[in-house]
Design a protein. Structure first.
Length: 578
C-alpha cells in the first residue's frame, strides 16, 4: 500500500510542483523595452537595452560544458552574446509591429501565468530558504575526497539484524547471509554489494555516517533507516588527491544546496498538506469503494497491483458527484478521480478501499490548485520577479513570432535542393562497419575472467548471459545487444573490431563493470539510404538559410539601433592567454 501511494505522489508532483526547479534553472533571456534597471554587470547594450553577463553565463553553466582553453570559453560567450543581440533586435522589431498587443500572444501568456506563479512560490518557499551554512561546507569538505564501496544486509527488525551481526562475528560469510536474509533483492544477489563506490552525500544519512567511518573488514550496525535495519561492511575504500577548500567550494555548496532544497520542498509540501482542509463525502466515497472492490475482485493481478476501472461501468450519476473538496474552492469529482487513477501504471495506483489513500489521492490531484492558492495568499503575484519573468516570456513569444514573420516567404528548401546536397556529399553519409555482439556484463574483473574461461571452455555465451549478465533487459535474450557501432557501446565496438565472427574477447572495462563479448556477425560499411538522411539534410539546409536571412535582418537593425559591447565584462571570470 505504501509503495502505491509513493508512486502516485511522484507521478503527481513531477508534472506540477517539481518542475519549478527546472524552469527556474533555465530562465528566459531578457530582451525588450527600456523599462527596468540591469541587476548585474552589463556586457552589451542594444539600442540602449542592456544584456547582462548572467544572461550569457547562465546557459553555459547549465549546459555543464568543460572548455579545454579559456579562448574556447570566450568564444562560446561571444556566440551566446550574438544570439542575445539577435533576440533583442527581434523584440525591438516586434514592439514596432505592436506584437505586444497580439491576441494570440496575450492568450499564451495568460495560459502560462499559473506556472510562473508556482515557480515564484518555489523560489520564495524553497530556494530562498535553503541557505548553505559555512560549518556544513567544512563538514562535507572533510569527506569530500573519500570514496567507499559498501555492502549491506537489510532486514525488518533489530533482533534479526543483531543475530546476523553475531553470525558474522562468529565467522559467517557476509555474502551468503545477504543472499539468504536481505530484503534488498538488487544487492542480495551480489552478496549485499551496492556495486560501486559512493561519495559523501549520496547515501542516506544513517548509513552514510557509519560506512564512511568503517575500517576494512569491520562490521557496522545494526543501523536503522526508513527502509529497515542495515548491517554494513566495506568492500573497498579509496581517497582522491585532496585539494584546497576554495578549489572545491562551489561543488560542495551546489550539492549541499540541492539537498537542503529537497528537504525544504518536502517540509513545505507537508505544511501544505496540513492546511489543505480536505473534506471527503462519506456517501460518495462509499460508492467509489464498492465500484473499486468489484473491479479488484474480478482482477487476476498480484497483490499491490490494481486494474483499470472501466469507465463505462460506472453510473453517469456517480461520475458527476463531488467526492471531495479542498483548499479555497477546489473540488474533485468521481469522474476526474477515475481518469487520473486509470492514467497511472498498475503498480502506481492507490487502493481506493482505504480512507488514507483516498485522502492522499485528493491531495495529489488538487496539489496544483493548493499551490496556486498558497502563492496568492503570499501575494506572490505582485512580486517583481514574477512580473519580470512574465514580461520576459511575453517578449520571447514576440521574438519567435517576429522571427517567423521575417523568415516567412523567404525560406524555401525544395526536395531537389535536398537531393542535390545528398548526391554532392555522398562521402558524408556512410555507415561504418558494425558488429552483431553478444555480451556478459559483470561487476568486477575477476568475475569477468571466470566468465571468459567458461566461454573459452565451450559454455555457450547465451547460457552465461542468462546466468550472469547485469545489463538491464538483456538477461532473457542471452545478452544479445544487436548491432554495435561507434556511437552505440563504443568501448565494446573497439574490442569487437579486433574479433572475427564466433570469436570471444574481453574483459572490456566499463564504468564499474566489465564485459566479455562474442562477435556473432559483421555488417560491412555502406552508404546510408537517402530516405534515412533526408530529414537531417533538410534541417541543415533550413538552418543555414535561416542564419543567412537573420544575419541580413540583424545588419539592417544595427544601422538604426547601435550595439555597444563591453569586452572586459564579457571576459570577466576567465583568463585568456595572450
Amino acid at each position: 500500500m505504501k509503495r502505491s501511494r509513493n508512486i502516485l505522489r511522484q507521478w503527481a508532483l513531477t508534472a506540477v510542483y517539481l518542475s519549478g526547479l527546472l524552469s527556474l534553472a533555465i530562465a528566459f533571456s531578457g530582451c525588450g523595452k527600456k523599462s527596468g534597471t540591469a541587476k548585474g554587470p552589463v556586457v552589451a547594450e542594444v539600442g540602449g537595452r542592456p544584456i547582462e553577463l548572467r544572461e550569457i553565463t547562465d546557459p553555459i553553466i547549465a549546459a555543464h560544458v568543460d572548455y579545454s582553453t579559456a579562448e574556447d570559453e570566450l568564444k562560446a560567450r561571444r556566440k551566446e552574446l550574438d544570439r542575445l543581440i539577435e533576440e533583442k533586435f527581434l523584440v525591438i522589431g516586434a514592439y514596432a509591429r505592436s506584437l505586444d498587443a497580439d491576441i494570440g500572444i496575450i492568450e499564451l501568456v495568460d495560459k502560462e501565468k499559473d506556472k510562473f506563479l508556482l515557480d515564484e512560490l518555489f523560489r520564495h518557499e524553497v530556494i530562498d530558504k535553503a541557505q548553505v551554512a559555512e560549518d556544513e561546507v567544512r563538514q562535507w569538505y572533510e569527506h569530500w575526497f573519500d570514496r567507499v564501496r559498501p555492502k549491506h544486509i537489510l532486514v525488518k527488525t533489530k533482533a534479526k539484524a543483531d543475530s546476523i551481526v553475531t553470525d558474522l562475528k562468529a565467522g559467517g560469510d557476509f555474502g551468503d547471509l545477504a543472499e539468504k536474509y536481505s530484503a534488498d533483492p538488487a544487492t542480495a544477489r551480489r552478496g549485499g554489494d551496492f556495486g560501486r563506490e559512493f561519495y559523501w552525500g549520496e547515501l542516506i544519512a544513517p548509513i552514510q555516517s557509519v560506512v564512511f567511518d568503517l575500517k576494512q573488514g569491520e562490521i557496522g550496525g545494526p543501523v536503522e533507516s526508513q527502509f529497515g535495519w542495515h548491517v554494513l561492511e566495506i568492500v573497498s575504500r579509496s581517497e582522491l588527491t585532496k585539494l584546497p577548500l576554495d578549489s572545491v567550494r562551489v561543488g560542495i555548496e551546489n550539492r549541499l544546496r540541492q539537498k537542503l532544497q529537497d528537504k525544504r520542498r518536502t517540509a513545505q509540501l507537508q505544511e501544505l498538506r496540513s492546511k489543505a482542509n480536505i473534506q471527503v463525502r462519506a456517501d460518495v466515497a462509499g460508492q467509489v469503494r464498492q465500484q473499486f472492490q468489484e473491479v479488484v475482485d474480478s482482477s487476476q493481478l498480484p497483490v499491490g497491483y490494481f486494474p483499470e476501472i472501466p469507465v463505462s461501468k460506472v453510473p453517469d450519476q456517480l461520475k458527476k458527484q463531488v467526492l471531495a473538496t479542498y483548499g479555497r474552492q477546489g473540488e474533485l469529482t468521481v469522474d476526474k478521480l477515475i481518469q487520473a487513477y486509470n492514467a497511472a501504471p498498475t503498480d502506481g495506483r492507490p487502493d481506493l478501499r482505504l480512507d488514507d489513500q483516498i485522502q492522499e489521492t485528493v491531495f495529489q490531484l488538487g496539489l496544483y490548485d493548493l499551490l496556486r492558492d498558497e502563492a496568492l495568499r503570499l501575494q506572490l503575484d505582485q512580486s517583481p520577479v514574477y512580473k519580470e519573468r512574465l514580461r520576459e516570456f511575453q517578449e520571447q513569444l514576440m521574438a519567435d513570432k517576429m522571427r517567423n514573420e521575417v523568415v516567412q516567404g523567404k525560406l524555401h528548401v525544395e526536395e531537389t535542393d535536398v537531393r542535390q546536397f545528398y548526391d554532392a556529399h555522398a562521402d558524408s553519409f556512410v555507415e561504418p562497419v558494425s558488429y552483431h555482439v553478444r555480451e556478459v556484463m559483470v561487476n568486477d574483473e575477476p568475475s569477468a575472467v571466470r566468465v571468459l574461461r567458461e566461454a573459452q571452455a565451450g559454455t555457450p555465451m547465451a547460457d552465461l548471459a542468462k546466468r550472469y549478465t547485469m545489463r538491464a533487459g538483456f538477461r532473457n535474450n542471452g545478452g544479445d545487444l544487436g548491432l554495435v557501432s561507434p556511437d552505440r557501446y563504443p568501448d565494446l565496438y573497439t574490442t569487437a573490431a579486433t574479433l572475427k565472427p564466433g570469436e570471444i574477447g574481453g574483459p572490456v572495462p566499463g564504468i564499474d563493470q566489465f564485459s566479455v563479448i562474442q562477435v556473432l556477425d559483421v555488417k560491412p560499411a555502406g552508404q546510408k539510404p537517402y530516405d534515412d538522411v533526408r530529414g537531417k539534410i533538410y534541417e541543415k539546409l533550413q538552418s543555414w538559410r535561416t542564419d543567412s536571412i537573420m544575419g541580413v535582418y540583424a545588419d539592417s537593425m544595427r544601422v538604426l539601433y547601435p550595439v555597444e559591447i563591453h569586452d572586459q565584462i564579457l571576459a570577466a571570470g576567465i583568463h585568456v592567454s595572450q
